[in-house]
Design a protein around this ligand. Structure first.
Ligand SMILES: [Mn+2]
Length: 278
């Protein structure tokens, strides 16, 4: 029953996304204070907490505020690091409203206002993977297809960059492939609702192998993570972690991006930071 949301549930999820978007705006506005504090990641967490708690019931899950190489930890919730000039900060945060429905959104932001060339290349590749997943998600396809579509972009691009010991086609082979997974070690989507990982106990045939239906709400959140000490990638990639996560609703013929109000492209993200500084 919980896999397909009714009108009430959708209204609550939209509300949760709105509160979350305000929280992200707050963070971007507070970036100067974040940069000035020795534990800037905690400041990010605190700024989001104020919004989640004042406009909603609280966070739906522990906020991830991961700057620089911390972004390459999959669930960096320690949040005790500095946020340094030139860093990308990965912020994965969701406000839960009083009904306990939660959003789950990630943005990766260049704290100084502009992406370096390599940061932008990685960022826009993650966005390309997300866009491909958006285009693939519609009623009738399996949940798994969305993930496979995003991963195909990751495999193609990391092969083009010369990071894989095999071709993209070999990497995508179900039996001997997976080499690109070194750099994207998580799934692309999970259902969203009362729980941030909603319906996580659902049987495989209803979840990963399940068929998308109108009214389902899930995340699309590909990422690329190059560990600071990973010698399989050129030095300029090391320490870069990017994830872009949006919350989508399956419609009659595709998906609606419920979190579309948040800046998303590299250009939009840069404009967001610039606007907050004015
Ligand atoms: Mn998520």
């Amino acid at each position: 029953m919980r896999l397909v949301k009714d009108e009430y549930e959708l209204a609550q999820l939209r509300l949760a996304v709105q509160v979350t978007a305000r929280g992200f705006d707050d963070i971007v506005r507070e970036l100067p204070a974040v940069l000035a504090h020795p534990r800037g990641e905690r400041v990010v967490e605190g700024v989001f907490h104020l919004r989640a708690r004042s406009d909603g019931n609280g966070e739906g899950y522990d906020t991830i505020a991961a700057s620089g190489p911390h972004a390459c930890y999959l669930h960096w919730t320690r949040n005790d690091g500095a946020v340094a000039d030139g860093d990308l900060i990965l912020i994965d945060a969701g406000a839960e409203v009083d009904s306990l429905y939660t959003a789950d959104i990630t943005r990766t932001i260049p704290v100084s206002g502009t992406f370096t060339d390599v940061q932008r290349t990685v960022y826009e590749t993650v966005r390309e993977a997300a866009d491909a997943a958006f285009a693939a998600a519609k009623p009738g396809v399996t949940f798994r297809t969305v993930h496979e579509t995003a991963l195909a972009v990751i495999a193609r691009r990391t092969a083009e960059w010369g990071l894989l010991p095999v071709t993209a086609d070999e990497a995508l082979d179900a039996d001997t492939g997976g080499q690109h997974r070194r750099y994207m070690v998580h799934g692309t989507s999970h259902h969203l609702g009362l729980d941030v990982h909603d319906c996580a106990q659902a049987r495989r045939e209803m979840y990963y192998d399940g068929i998308l239906e109108p009214g389902m709400v899930f995340t699309i959140e590909p990422g690329l993570y190059f560990q600071i000490d990973d010698e399989t990638v050129p030095a300029e990639y090391r320490g870069i972690g990017v994830r872009i996560e949006d919350d989508v609703l399956v419609t009659a013929d595709g998906v609606e991006n419920l979190s579309a109000a948040l800046p998303r492209t590299a250009d939009e993200i840069e404009a967001w930071v610039a606007q907050a500084r004015r």
